[in-house]
Design a protein around this ligand. Structure first.
Ligand code: ATP
Ligand code: MG
Length: 320
């Protein structure tokens, strides 16, 4: 399968937020040495706690954030070596749907304008054909022509997410980055949106980078899963057999935190250790060191590389 997206040795640093003057001058790795590829027709899940860099990864993948180090290849083209015009064109191929359609859709624009805008910006179809194309796309996501003149606030959360999806798909991309696309929605609505996503995946032969902190959901949808911790990839694992194979201690911790209805099995669970540390304080060693029940002195001294332990399965841990 050809790749639609490839991230090579990506590093992105941010200044720490907060502090008396807004910035303390300290930096941390929002992404550190990230290597990742997304095959056409694949769903790759990205899993990790709040603040681990999932949205930063999404922004880098879309060419919205410039990484200090590494290469971003979109559909085989090295994004940051291109001219601005070429980059703009390449951006069509990978689109995003955000978690919160309230924030991602301009409240002052009517549905027609929200969907026509990408076509106009990218000069993708003659002016006379725009309306037909907008209506056709709207119908594909389960809305209709009568919705064209409405504003985002006139829709429910689920309908708004359908509009966001239509806006992303109207450019006929090869891949979508889905950044927690259903976590702001009610469970019943969540299921409808997921069904729609799977429908488009199959019919339009799309690849998805599916970002979520919901482990069961990610496993259900994805072919492979990437587990992130403080800007690092700590594990890459095929979703099949996920419950049967050994994992990074952090992934094990995520597995432990999935609600377990069986009280007997619940009793056998290990406890969850602490919170992520201040990312700026990690200088050497494994980023998970202070929370890891299996840490030894080597873990404090040397950052473990991601190493292959089975076909398609890699773990960054000295103890695995
Ligand atoms: N523009 C920025 N400047 C400084 N720090 C930032 C910036 N954007 C994000 N961060 C910080 O980088 C880290 C990673 O943020 P990111 O939004 O990628 O996390 P996330 O995994 O998407 O979290 P969540 O699950 O809460 O959405 C966080 O500590 C965040 O506060
Ligand atoms: Mg995020």
């Amino acid at each position: 399968m050809p790749e639609v997206l490839r991230l090579e040795r990506i590093t992105k640093k941010y200044h720490l937020r907060g502090g008396f003057f807004g910035r303390e001058g300290r930096t941390f790795y929002a992404l550190k040495d990230i290597n990742l590829s997304l095959a056409a027709d694949e769903i790759l899940g990205v899993l990790g706690e709040s603040g681990c860099g999932k949205s930063t990864l999404a922004k880098v993948a879309l060419g919205l954030e410039w990484p200090e180090e590494g290469r971003v290849l979109i559909d085989g083209q090295d994004f940051w070596t291109l001219s601005q015009k070429e980059r703009q064109k390449l951006r069509q191929k990978i689109q995003i749907v955000f978690q919160d359609p309230y924030a991602s859709l301009n409240p002052r624009k009517k549905v027609y304008d929200l969907l026509a805008e990408p076509l106009i910006i990218h000069k993708l179809c003659p002016a006379s054909a725009i309306r037909d194309r907008v209506v056709a796309m709207l119908e594909k996501v389960g809305l209709s022509e009568t919705d064209l003149a409405k504003y985002p606030h006139q829709f429910s959360g689920g309908q708004r997410q359908r509009i966001a999806l239509a806006r992303a798909l109207i450019l006929s991309p090869k891949a979508l980055v889905l950044d927690e696309p259903t976590s702001a929605l009610d469970v019943s609505v969540q299921a409808q949106i997921l069904e729609l996503l799977l429908h488009f995946k199959k019919n339009l032969k799309l690849a998805y980078l599916f970002i979520s902190h919901d482990l069961p959901l990610v496993l259900f949808l994805s072919n492979r899963v990437v587990v992130m911790y403080l800007g690092r990839i700590v594990e890459l694992c095929p979703s099949q057999n996920f419950y049967q194979v050994p994992h990074h201690p952090y992934t094990e911790m995520l597995l432990e935190s999935v609600p377990e209805p069986d009280p007997e099995r619940r009793k056998k669970r290990k406890k969850i250790y602490g919170e992520p540390p201040d990312p700026a304080k990690i200088k050497t060693g494994c980023a998970f060191f202070n929370r890891c029940p299996e840490a030894v002195s080597l873990c404090k001294e040397k950052e473990p590389p991601l190493k292959k332990i089975a076909a398609g399965h890699a773990i960054a841990c000295h103890r695995r």
